[in-house]
Design a protein around this ligand. Structure first.
Ligand code: P6P
Length: 339
């Protein structure tokens, strides 16, 4: 009989990867898994308005109905607070740091960045959405956590992962020892190991970009798009265009099948749209651990030095050979942007 490995069992088994670990990171990952199950329960009901009602109304239970991204944010912060293993959270939903000041948490050694429900505008049309998280050791040794505790390079991440709420709900994470995926089995309420040692194909035939912004793309991106659309059977072109408009869903498909996701700078988002701390860095950590690549078109994402919590960057991420080729187009046709 196939043995099922739950997320909890896997985390404990892998604790030996970190000889000096005393279990804090394991418990922190467990806390994230708990919040993911709670959010999953509500996300799966999102279409049943009579249960949730419209944001700002009172539902059948007499509760104030919250937008799901607000609800998700509260659940992750509550689970992390209850777990006591992190001293603060930087969230896409909060302008400043969310300090966790309980006696246990205020001396905790980890800080967490989270996009609690990315792509939440897709909820109403039943498109897959996701949570993205990133974990660092705090750099200050005492006192209140400050923004500088978060302004670390992506290479300093201790762990990173995402949850995708789709046809099934999966949690995918890395601690720097490869990437593993767990699928939620609702019948037992556990995330079970379903995708051990995930590897991103070095090449692919899927490109993901919002071509509605074409006129505002840098020339390097325009030329790359023209290249992938040319008929050439030797290089399997034209590629297939797949763009869901939900970062976690686009990323997850490309991780499994091979492909490149590009959100470049545009007129509307001159620095790119996606955030370094809780979107680009965690996904860059995962893709590199799976053998892929992530850059801003010129520089490795994980080497970027963030200067603010909600800082944005252009993002080229996915199969290593595809990202490298797109970077070559950027260097050839948009070299001025390399500065
Ligand atoms: P656009 C969703 O709002 C999001 O933050 C990501 O999940 C997604 O990849 C991107 O924005 C889509 O942006 O401008 O193409 O609608």
């Amino acid at each position: 009989m196939n043995t099922v490995t739950t997320l909890g069992q896997f985390i404990i088994e892998r604790q030996t990867d970190f000889p000096y670990a005393k279990g804090e990171l394991s418990r922190l990952l467990r806390d994230i898994g708990i919040a993911a199950k709670i959010v999953n329960r509500e996300v799966n009901k999102a279409g049943l308005v009579d249960i949730l009602g419209e944001f700002g109304t009172i539902n059948v239970q007499g509760e104030n109905v919250k937008k799901l991204d607000v609800y998700a944010n509260e659940q992750f912060i509550a689970a992390l607070s209850a777990g006591g293993e992190t001293c603060a959270v930087a969230s896409e939903e909060n302008e400043g740091l969310v300090h966790i000041d309980s006696e246990v948490s205020k001396n905790a050694k980890y800080v967490v960045c989270v996009d609690p429900l990315d792509g939440s505008s897709n909820i109403d049309v039943n498109v897959s959405i996701g949570t993205i998280f990133s974990i660092y050791r705090r750099t200050s040794f005492s006192g209140k956590v400050e923004e500088k505790d978060y302004l670390q390079r992506g290479t300093d991440q201790v762990a990173a992962g995402y949850i995708i709420y789709g046809s099934s709900t999966m949690l995918v994470y890395t601690t720097g020892k490869g990437v593993n995926g767990f699928t939620l089995d609702p019948s037992i309420g556990e995330f079970c190991l379903s995708h051990p040692n995930m590897i991103c194909p070095q090449n692919g035939i899927i490109y993901s970009i919002n071509e509605g912004n074409y006129v505002h793309f840098p020339d390097g991106v325009k030329q790359y798009i023209k290249y992938v659309q040319v008929e050439d059977s030797k290089t399997s072109r034209p590629y297939s265009s797949r763009y869901i408009g939900s970062l976690v869903a686009d990323f997850h498909r490309n991780l499994l099948k091979g492909g490149i996701f590009i959100y470049p700078s545009t007129m509307k988002s001159p620095k790119g749209k996606l955030r370094i701390l809780y979107e680009c860095n965690p996904l860059a950590f995962i893709i590199e651990q799976a053998g892929g690549k992530a850059s801003d078109g010129f520089r490795r994402i994980l080497d970027l030095q963030p200067t603010s919590l909600h800082q944005r960057t252009p993002l080229f991420i996915g199969s290593s050979e595809m990202v490298t080729m797109a970077e070559e187009f950027m260097m050839k046709y948009s070299p001025v942007m390399a500065q």
